[in-house]
Design a protein around this ligand. Structure first.
Ligand code: GDP
Ligand code: IMO
Ligand code: MG
Length: 435
């Protein structure tokens, strides 16, 4: 039972890339198993800062296999761009393997993502407009084109011909926009096929063999549990299939649930969200701006990795955190960005909500109710010290240690790692994440 899932416990951008980069040293395979180019995972190492959207954060360990499995939807243009970027910066990517079963993001997905958002008007979801959700919707509708189809010219031509006709009807007649040209897409995607072919394989059988051999497999989640289609703040969620929760990892790589040894949840020391939707602890004034801009100097300010949008910031939401800890069966937490909280007079943690006059400690099931939930906070004294050099809990000021303990008690989950900066070594390891 050697697989470990690393998953976001909030609305994404918790620092999964950073935690995977740290934990990957103790495994033999790192697999990205869900989402698409909507994800943006940041890694800071000796070679500099990297934003990865499709390639697993383990790519910097050249001796380990890095898989993009069938649970991911792939924009070939973006993937090739990412490959070139890594090669230009001397990262060895010969260990990258792409699933033949993964679905493709096609040009119409990106256009439809834009057009649908425009049409939603004030009800817009605030998508990344990367075509990711429309590609998943087509996968479920059985209208998708997969990597294996891309490599088979005859099949690709037939599928493109058939699907593009319908998509152009939708784009022109329903949305009143310009049609896409068949030949342009065919030429563009034929070129992608040639370039991507050397990386394509059956990732499912690679993972299953490694599982049989007892190798440690790290399953890199994307997004966060609160963006999950079923368990998240619907409809302000992403459309990924498999789900953006730990259970989705089995589906996304092709192993059974009994192969999962451990689930590690990544949480920021506060809350952020990009896009629309309820966020009970959001801080709209000065304190929110301060949380967002604390990292301006070291390049970790709260602006989206994929879209550059300012992230909405607020205090740690213990009600939602306890919910996602249970939902994912988390065994341990990696708490990131403790350093970002340095310099606040006081720090708050939401421990329950008031909804329609009632105190509740589990989130209501609809976004409408979550929108009117009033957080009840416990307030803690802050700390002034810079904690980015702390490497053990005893290096932290008392108030910071008390805050960490509070996160542990509110989530009822042990904390395995406290991250105090974006770089690999900037961490306090309480218990190795993959053990
Ligand atoms: P992901 O999508 O979960 O991988 O997270 P993102 O990469 O989108 O966003 C996390 C941001 O926080 C990135 O800018 C990281 O470099 C940064 N980061 C991660 N951990 C820490 C930390 O402990 N301290 C600080 N200051 N920044 C961190
Ligand atoms: P990582 O892996 C943060 C959000 C979008 C939007 C909603 C739907 O970096 O944590 P979509 O384009 O998926 O249809 O948008 O989901 N979203 C993310 N927010 N981090 C992500 O990924 C996200 N992936 C999608 O902002 O609110
Ligand atoms: Mg991100």
């Amino acid at each position: 039972m050697p697989a470990v899932v690393i998953i976001g416990g909030q609305w994404g951008d918790e620092g999964k890339g950073r935690v995977v980069d740290y934990a990957a040293k103790n495994c033999s395979i790192i697999a990205r198993y869900s989402a698409g180019t909507n994800a943006g995972h940041t890694i800071v190492n000796d070679l500099g800062k990297f934003s990865l959207h499709l390639i697993p954060a383990g790519i910097f360990y050249s001796e380990k296999k890095c898989l993009i499995t069938h649970g991911v939807v792939i924009d070939p243009f973006k993937l090739l761009e990412e490959i070139s970027m890594l090669q230009d910066r001397s990262v060895d990517i010969s260990n990258l393997i792409i699933s033949n079963r993964a679905h493709l993001i096609m040009p119409w997905h990106k256009i439809i993502d834009e057009l649908e958002e425009k049409r939603r008007g004030k009800n817009a979801i605030g998508t990344t407009k990367t075509g990711t959700s429309p590609a998943f919707i087509d996968k479920v509708a059985r209208n998708g084109i997969r990597v294996a189809d891309l490599l088979n010219k005859k099949r690709f031509t037939e599928k493109l011909n058939l699907i593009l006709k319908d998509k152009n009807e939708l784009i022109t007649k329903f949305f009143g926009s310009e049609p896409l040209a068949y030949n342009e897409i065919l030429n563009e995607y034929s070129d992608y096929a040639t370039k991507l072919a050397p990386y394509v394989s059956d990732t499912m059988s690679i993972v299953q063999k490694a599982d049989e051999n007892g190798e440690t497999i790290l399953l890199e989640g994307a997004q966060g549990a609160l963006l999950d289609i079923d368990s998240g703040t619907y409809p302000y969620v992403t459309s990924a299939v498999p789900a953006s929760i730990a259970a989705g990892a089995c589906i996304g790589v092709g192993i059974g649930p009994k192969s999962i040894k451990k689930v590690v949840g990544v949480f920021k020391s506060y809350q952020t969200r990009v896009g629309e939707g309820p966020m009970p602890t959001e801080l709209k004034g000065e304190t929110g701006d301060k949380l967002r801009n604390q990292g301006l100097e070291d390049g970790t300010a709260e602006y989206g990795t994929t879209t550059g949008r300012p992230r909405r910031c607020g205090w740690f939401d213990g009600v939602l955190a306890k919910y996602t800890a249970k939902l994912n069966g988390m065994d341990a937490i990696a708490l990131t960005r403790l350093d970002t909280l340095s310099g606040f007079e006081e720090i708050k943690v939401c421990t329950s909500y008031n909804v329609n006059g009632k105190t509740v400690d589990t989130p209501p099931g609809t976004f409408e109710e979550l929108n009117i939930a009033i957080p009840n906070y416990e307030t803690f004294p802050g700390w002034k010290e810079d904690v980015s050099e702390a490497r053990q809990l005893s290096d932290l000021p008392n108030n910071a240690r008390n805050f960490v303990k509070k996160i542990q008690s509110v989530t009822t989950t042990p904390i395995g790692m406290v991250s105090v900066g974006p770089k690999r070594e900037q961490a306090i390891i309480i218990k190795q994440l993959l053990d």
